[in-house]
Design a protein around this ligand. Structure first.
Ligand code: CA2
Length: 154
């Protein structure tokens, strides 16, 4: 099973600033935790982070046929990007949306996600563990062991 792990703008700065919202772990540390967890499920992870919306859309398009599903923290693009929404919808692959912070406990503009209704589920607020919970949920659905609500996996 192959999973594409997508991280959006500014997540390359993780661990350096805003620990109250995003925790203290760097993106490389989170990716290492995911690799360790994926090994137990025989899942193969492909990582991508970019600050550029166009590069992210290109990466989704280029990898859609190579992955079985996506783990997505689109960062600020969550709230703004019709282009990423369309790319994920067009990929025809299920995805889990994750956020380090609880976006619903923050500013109102973060309460809206352009991705959530397409996602098989959303996990927010558990810092780095959001990614681990998201991976677990996605693997379970891809293995046919998990329940999926509304979204592309239906
Ligand atoms: O909580 C999340 O995971 C977010 O996706 C993070 C985004 C934010 O725009 C979303 O509303 C929620 C921001 C990521 C920025 O990360 C930084 C990390 C360190 C220093 C500065 C920014």
């Amino acid at each position: 099973m192959r999973i594409g792990v997508l991280n959006g703008p500014n997540l390359n700065l993780l661990g350096r600033r805003e620990p109250d919202h995003y925790g203290t772990q760097t993106l490389a540390e989170i990716e290492a935790l995911l690799v360790e967890r994926a090994e137990a499920s025989a899942a193969e992870l492909t990582f991508f982070q970019s600050n550029d919306e166009g590069d992210i859309v290109d990466w989704v398009q280029a990898n859609a046929d190579l992955v079985d599903g996506w783990l997505v923290n689109a960062a600020a693009l969550t709230h703004t990007s019709v282009a990423l929404r369309d790319a994920l919808a067009g990929s025809d692959r299920p995805f889990v949306e994750v956020h380090l912070s609880n976006i619903f406990a923050r500013e109102p503009f973060r309460h809206t996600s352009l991705l959530s209704d397409l996602a098989i589920g959303v996990i927010a607020g558990f810092r780095a563990s959001s990614y681990l919970f998201g991976l677990e949920a996605l693997v379970r659905v891809l293995q046919g062991r998990g329940e999926a609500g509304a979204g592309k996996a239906e």
